[in-house]
Design a protein around this ligand. Structure first.
Ligand code: KIV
Length: 281
C-alpha cells in the first residue's frame, strides 16, 4: 500500500495526537528519498544550503532561484514527506506582492507544499496574505539566522522577560494570521515550551529544548559531515566525516596501487556479448 502523504492537515493534527513531528533539511533527490524512506515527516529545503552546499559563511547570499532549484530536486524524491521551501533573505520582506510572487514560485515551479519565513510582527500581514491565497506558511521565530548582521551573531532568545513575552505574543499573532506551524529556533527551553502550550498550531524546535511538538536538524549536522562543527544543540547520529574520508582514502590507495579497477570491475568483449544476449531473452 502506498505511504499516506503528509499534508498540512496531518501536521496540524499532530498538535492534538501528541505524535511528534520529525523534520530534517534536504537539498537533493537522493537525500530526500533516503529521509522519506526513513519516515521523516517534513523535508525542509532550508536556506542553510547557503552554508552546507554553497560554502558561504551565512544564509544571506541564498537566492529564490537557489531555493527553487533545490526544491525541485527534493520534490522528485519522496512519496510521503511534506516538502517545505525556505524563503531566502529579501525574497519576502520588501512587500507583500514580492512575497506572494516568490512564495508562489516555490510552490508552482519548485513543487513545495508550504513555505517557511523568518520574522516577527512586521510580517503578520504578509503571512495573512499568503495563507489567504492558499500558500501554507510556517513562521520561524526566535533566533533568525537571516538577521545575523542585526543581531551581531547567533544569540539564544527569550532570556529576558521582555524577549520571552515578545516571542509568546509573536507566536500567538502568527497563529491568528493563519500560519499552520511555528519553527522555534534558539529559544530557551522554558519559553519554547510555554509558546508550545500557548498556541493551537504545532511547534517544531531547533536548539529550543525538548518541549516543542516536533524537532528539526540540518541533515549534514545529524550525520556528522563536518568534524569542526560541534554546537551544543546538535547530536551526531553518525560520523560521516570519518566514514567518507576513510572510504575515499581507500579508493586513492587502491587506484595508486593498481588494485582498482580489478578484473571484477572490468568488461571484456566476450562478457559483453553474453550480457547483451541475456538482455534480449
Ligand atoms: O535553513 C534551515 O536549515 C533552517 C533550519 C535550521 C531550521 O531554517
Amino acid at each position: 500500500m502506498p505511504a499516506k502523504k503528509i499534508t498540512t492537515a496531518c501536521l496540524r493534527a499532530r498538535k492534538n495526537s501528541g505524535e511528534r513531528i520529525i523534520m530534517l533539511t534536504a537539498y537533493d533527490a537522493t537525500f530526500a528519498k533516503l529521509l522519506d524512506d526513513s519516515g521523516v515527516d517534513v523535508l525542509l529545503v532550508g536556506d542553510s544550503l547557503g552554508m552546507v552546499i554553497q560554502g558561504h559563511q551565512n544564509t544571506i547570499p541564498v537566492t529564490v532561484e537557489d531555493i527553487i532549484y533545490h526544491t525541485k530536486c527534493v520534490a522528485r524524491g519522496p512519496k510521503r514527506a511534506h516538502i517545505m521551501a525556505d524563503m531566502p533573505f529579501m525574497s519576502y520582506q520588501a512587500s507583500i506582492d514580492h512575497a506572494m510572487i516568490n512564495a508562489g514560485r516555490c510552490l508552482k515551479e519548485g513543487g513545495a507544499e508550504s513555505v517557511k519565513l523568518e520574522g516577527g510582527e512586521e510580517l503578520l500581514e504578509t503571512v495573512s496574505a499568503l495563507t489567504s491565497s492558499g500558500i501554507p506558511v510556517c513562521a520561524h521565530i526566535g533566533l533568525r539566522p537571516q538577521t545575523i548582521h542585526q543581531m551581531g551573531g547567533y544569540k539564544i532568545q527569550g532570556k529576558t522577560s521582555y524577549s520571552a513575552d515578545k516571542l509568546i505574543s509573536e507566536a500567538k499573532m502568527f497563529e491568528e494570521a493563519g500560519a499552520f506551524m511555528l519553527l522555534l529556533e534558539g529559544i530557551v527551553a522554558e519559553i519554547a515550551f510555554e509558546i508550545t502550550k500557548s498556541v493551537n498550531i504545532p511547534t517544531v524546535g531547533i536548539s529550543s529544548g525538548s518541549g516543542c511538538d516536533g524537532q528539526v536538524l540540518v541533515i549534514y549536522d545529524l550525520l556528522g559531515m563536518d568534524k569542526d562543527f560541534n554546537p551544543r544543540y546538535v547530536k551526531k547520529y553518525a560520523n560521516l566525516h570519518e566514514t567518507i574520508t576513510g572510504a575515499v582514502k581507500n579508493y586513492i590507495s587502491d587506484v595508486k596501487e593498481g588494485e582498482f579497477p580489478s578484473e571484477e570491475h572490468s568488461f571484456h568483449r566476450e562478457l559483453q556479448v553474453i550480457r547483451s544476449a541475456k538482455c534480449n531473452l
